[in-house]
Design a binder for this molecule. Sequence first.
Ligand code: GTP
Length: 190
Amino acid sequence: MIIFVGRSNVGKSTLIYQLTGKKVRRGKRPGVTRKPVEVEWGGRKVVDMPGFGFMGGLPEEVQERVKDEIVRFIEENAEKIELAVLVVDGKSAPEIIERWEKRGEIPIDVEFYSFLRELGIPTIVAVNKVDRIKNLEQTLGFLAEKMGIRPEEREEVMIPVSAKFGTNVDLLKREIIKRVEGSQRTSRTT
Ligand SMILES: Nc1nc2c(ncn2[C@@H]2O[C@H](COP(=O)(O)OP(=O)(O)OP(=O)(O)O)[C@@H](O)[C@H]2O)c(=O)[nH]1
């Protein structure tokens, strides 16, 4: 199983469509009452998780509930999850991260990245919407530093993409396949 997680509106569904050719969008308001949506891709399950930390003036307790459900789903399925793709909106993420930090809170993307790592789930960070990023190098450096991704592992862990224009989608696909095939080898020997 491969899961796609990320804030609402970062482009998870668009990216899954680009990668798999399968539509996962159900056309609801961002985030609201969405359950994980599964599609089949090359014999594997790809799961589009509800977006967390969404906008739209939803009550805090609804946002917290969605986040708790995502966390529970991941914990319950941790053994089956071969790879997580954490999708961030490269255009807005740096600003959002700084805002959360100024409030003394751990930014949700940063929190999710370490949560996935703590569970031992291999994770790729897809930095989406590169078509809207002015200084890509600076943005990638900033996000890597905040997430605790070391410079030498950055190229493998962080993939800048544009789901809208298809930029680097093939590269992301190759990295996903490489990582899940690697994990299959490990599980066979254990
Ligand atoms: N400029 C730009 N827009 C994008 C890109 N990828 C997605 N979008 C737009 O971002 C918006 C949100 O995309 P979705 O794929 O619905 O996002 P999502 O993360 O699945 O959203 P939730 O269902 O709320 O979790 C849409 O208007 C997309 O067209 C991209 O690479 N560049």
